[in-house]
Design a protein. Structure first.
Length: 124
């Protein structure tokens, strides 16, 4: 396993539901630029999100794009915890090779929060 994938960058869970109540490890793959901001993050989630809930059959979702939900919040850098985020699944292949993405290349699937520690994410 890639050494940078041993220690998560932070943790994700959702107090809103979306079948994301389980705490997930988040590993940053790449920072991306959207149309109006430059702090989108392409990340790897562990465990993956069950894809069947999103019409993907047996294909689970391990890579997602996180985008801050609220004005004044940022993912690059994170200024204060937790950060409320949109969780979006990529609709195009290999976002890691891109620097900028457009809204039609991702699909919102959930609202969640990112936390600095697993314990914080569990206590939410």
């Amino acid at each position: 396993m890639d050494e940078r994938m041993i220690k998560p960058d932070f943790y994700l869970s959702s107090s809103e539901g979306y079948n994301l109540e389980e705490v997930r490890k988040v590993f940053i793959i790449k920072q991306l630029r959207g149309l109006h901001r430059n702090d989108f993050l392409l990340v790897l989630l562990e465990p993956a999100i069950i894809g069947q809930n999103y019409g993907l059959g047996g294909t689970d979702i391990s890579e997602v794009v996180l985008v801050p939900r609220l004005v004044g919040e940022s993912l690059a850098p994170i200024i204060r915890w937790p950060v409320s985020v949109h969780v979006a699944r990529p609709l195009v292949g290999d976002l890691a090779k891109k620097g900028t993405i457009s809204d039609d290349e991702i699909k919102l699937i959930a609202w969640a929060e990112v936390w600095p520690t697993e314990e914080d994410a569990r206590r939410k």
